[in-house]
Design a protein around this ligand. Structure first.
Ligand code: KG4
Ligand code: ZN
Length: 336
């Protein structure tokens, strides 16, 4: 088969990103224009501002990406776009841009699920082997799945309430750290010790996760200490929270690897940028003699390269979207 170049677009949250990916693995160009500083002023993403900024920036990001790649639009074989899940107004900007490019330049259009995109970031520097166990941890997801083949995913478990990324961000906000909180909790945790006794979330043998109890416990703890005029040790509480939150993930990964006897494991999503989590999962995999891969930190958080990677199997199977494609704020990982 001849080389395939996919131009991919990602605008599901607060990053306007485009990439050109060759053969589902080789990133020829990647541009990520983050709106993080704007949203940090408000303590979280403001959807209306996010979609307006995507609309303002998307053509700039397109020009820049083509320029970096030294390719012309004629060299592109397909246009891929994240259409779900995410913020509706933000997704719409990417979807409409993709449709215009596909129509004007007469290219096939490929609709990609953002969460599946995160998994495929693992094909950039490594290659996903089937079957693999995959843990996807982001601001919107906490999913444990089996990747059975290139386009077959079996869901083992999910969060029944908050995602782990949401809880990292919430705890960070309570501790007066800037948005996005995850990386800031990680930095503080490095300076502290795990001295706060926190409840273990969902302490059972299902593959589901639950983080709302831990979130409420920490919220109450901080409020109670403030009322008593006691000082919270931010570093120690960050370390304690990170340990308990990650321990729940490693416990379920160990359980799933033992029960399924799968010998390959990948980690994906924004929270997989967390070095403590990466190390803890690596330890479990080493103990169980499982091959483990996690994307380079650049490809863990939202980016269009992962969308170009996830679009490639769809391109090979000639699964194209038509111009009725619409953005969807919610969609399960097993639909694509
Ligand atoms: O995948 P992502 O960029 O966007 C979604 O699809 O949601 O994930 C964003 C989430 C945020 O909650 C952010 O705080 C978290 O990933 N995150 C981290 C780290 N880097 C990003 N959480 C913990 N440690 C990190 N180093
Ligand atoms: Zn994401």
């Amino acid at each position: 088969m001849k080389d395939v170049y996919i131009l991919a677009i990602e605008t599901s949250c607060d990053e306007t990103s485009m990439a050109i990916v060759k053969n589902g693995r080789e990133v020829k160009a990647l541009t990520i224009l983050t709106q993080m500083d704007t949203h940090a002023t408000y303590g979280g993403v403001v959807p209306e501002i996010a979609s307006r900024m995507h609309a303002e920036n998307i053509t700039i990001v397109l020009d820049e990406t083509l320029k970096k790649s030294q390719l012309k639009i004629d060299d592109i074989d397909a246009i891929a776009v994240t259409y779900a899940p995410g913020l509706l107004g933000s997704l719409l900007v990417g979807v409409e841009c993709a449709k215009v490019l596909a129509y004007v330049y007469n290219k096939p259009l490929i609709a990609v699920n953002h969460t599946i995109g995160h998994i495929y970031a693992n094909n950039i520097e490594n290659q996903i082997v089937y079957p693999s166990l995959a843990l996807i941890v982001s601001g919107g997801h906490t999913d444990l799945v089996i990747l059975k083949s290139e386009r077959e995913i079996q869901l083992l478990g999910s969060t029944i309430d908050d995602s782990i990324g949401e809880v990292f961000d919430k705890v960070a906000r309570l501790l007066k750290m800037k948005y996005p909180g995850g990386p800031n909790i990680e930095k503080k945790a490095l300076l502290g010790k795990s001295s706060y006794k926190l409840p273990k979330p969902m302490n059972n043998d299902s593959y589901n996760f639950s983080y709302s109890g831990l979130k409420s416990y920490i919220t109450n703890l901080i409020h109670n200490e403030q009322q008593k005029n006691h000082q919270i040790n931010v570093e120690d509480l960050s370390a304690s929270f990170q340990e308990v939150a990650v321990d729940e993930l490693t416990r379920k990964v160990r359980l799933a690897l033992k029960n399924t006897n799968i010998k390959n494991m990948v980690l994906a999503g924004g929270v997989s940028a967390n070095k403590y989590l990466r190390n803890e999962i690596a330890k479990v995999c080493e103990e169980l003699k499982v091959n483990f891969h996690v994307p380079n930190i650049l490809y863990c958080t939202d980016n269009a390269a992962m969308i170009g990677c996830a679009a490639y199997p769809l391109y090979k199977a000639q699964i194209f979207a038509d111009f009725n494609l619409n953005a969807k704020s919610n969609e399960s990982i097993i639909r694509n």
